[in-house]
Write a protein that binds this ligand. Structure first.
Ligand SMILES: Nc1nc2c(ncn2[C@@H]2O[C@H](COP(=O)(O)OP(=O)(O)OP(=O)(O)O)[C@@H](O)[C@H]2O)c(=O)[nH]1
Ligand SMILES: [Mg+2]
Length: 316
């Protein structure tokens, strides 16, 4: 499938990825829902169920029957630790199998190939690509552990943070920086003991955080049975309506674009640094520094000047 191949290009990064991004750019971005949380908290199972609910369409307040079904839904399962990609990792593939024959649901796992900018750049590009391919909704699943994973999750329109019942889970989420990025919380595995305590812990933490015009609701789900997932989808829709009516959606997306542009710039500059450090002038500079005839600061200036001169000559 062409879309899958284009996503592989985006995943690899570099010039070709930039070309794809350019093609996909001028289209309406899809609405994105991030699902993040600790490993094994049920994110994939929940994403699976959420897709099922979402396919029925965005709920229209007061008149459920009028919702237009979503033509296509994309799911990107981000796997920060895996060097493998190009299709769902085994566990996700098994769990999401029921959608596998549904052409309206596109599921893809993405891993970093270690390219500059990494997933933080590849994910928004992939989302844009799905938007250009006609997907109005993309669900992004990320394991909320490292800084980069939290950043990827927070770069979605509605961020769902999943916790499970059990001592200190809410606290762990807080430590991982998930409290700040959550638009809504889900206590999944609602069939297990400790749901009440988990909900209470989250509410207490929310009480302590600075009040905003949207207090993240705390929902309970049993992803394995689908219990609570319709309510989750309704709440995602409420959050979207809130973002749209306050202008916050526009602002958030603007901030994200600035972030993305900064990352593209950083990747470009780092690539330049890599090229400079691989050149003969660099080796010369190291030798001169070691002979005590030059300091690294001056050497860096010289290298940059030399490069700028080379560029000007190349352009002229
Ligand atoms: N009892 C119970 N088990 C659940 C529930 N939701 C998910 N599970 C189980 O929890 C395990 C992990 O579920 P996943 O959906 O793979 O969790 P995940 O967060 O995507 O896991 P990673 O992607 O590996 O971080 C599976 O065995 C699920 O069947 C639930 O609501 N109740
Ligand atoms: Mg998963």
């Amino acid at each position: 499938m062409a879309l899958a191949r284009l996503l592989t290009v985006v995943e690899r990064g570099g010039q070709a990825s930039g070309d794809v991004a350019r093609l996909a750019y001028a289209t309406t971005p899809p609405y994105t829902v991030g699902i993040t949380g600790a490993p094994g908290s049920g994110k994939s199972t929940l994403a699976n169920e959420l897709v099922r609910a979402a396919r029925r369409g965005w709920p229209t307040p007061g008149d459920r029957g009028a919702a237009d079904p979503l033509p296509q839904v994309g799911v990107l399962a981000i796997d920060p630790s895996s060097p493998f990609s190009g299709g769902a990792i085994l566990g996700d593939r098994v769990r999401m199998q029921e959608h596998a024959t549904d052409p309206a649901v596109f599921i893809r796992s993405m891993a970093t190939r270690g390219h500059l900018g990494g997933l933080a750049l590849a994910v928004p590009e992939a989302v844009r690509l799905l938007g250009a391919a006609g997907f109005p909704l993309v669900v992004v699943e990320t394991v909320g552990v490292g800084q980069m994973e939290v950043e990827v999750a927070s770069a979605t329109d509605t961020v769902v943070v999943v916790v499970t019942p059990g001592w200190g889970d809410a606290m762990q989420a807080s430590k991982a920086g998930l409290l700040e990025i959550a638009d809504l919380f889900v206590v999944n595995k609602g069939d297990r003991p400790g749901v009440h305590e988990a909900r209470r812990d989250l509410q207490q933490m929310l009480d302590l955080s600075a009040p905003t015009d949207w207090r993240p609701p705390v929902l309970t789900t049993v992803a394995t049975s689908g219990e609570g997932v319709d309510a989750l989808w309704d709440t995602v829709a409420q959050h979207r309506a809130h973002l749209e009516s306050t202008g916050a959606l526009e602002r958030r997306r603007q901030v994200r674009l600035a972030q993305e542009l900064r990352r593209v710039l950083t990747a470009r500059v780092l690539a330049d640094v890599g090229a400079l450090a691989a050149g003969a002038s660099f080796d010369d500079a190291v030798r001169t520094i070691s002979e005590g005839k030059l300091d690294p600061y001056r050497a860096a200036e010289d290298l940059l000047d030399e490069r700028a001169g080379g560029r000007a000559r190349g352009a002229g």
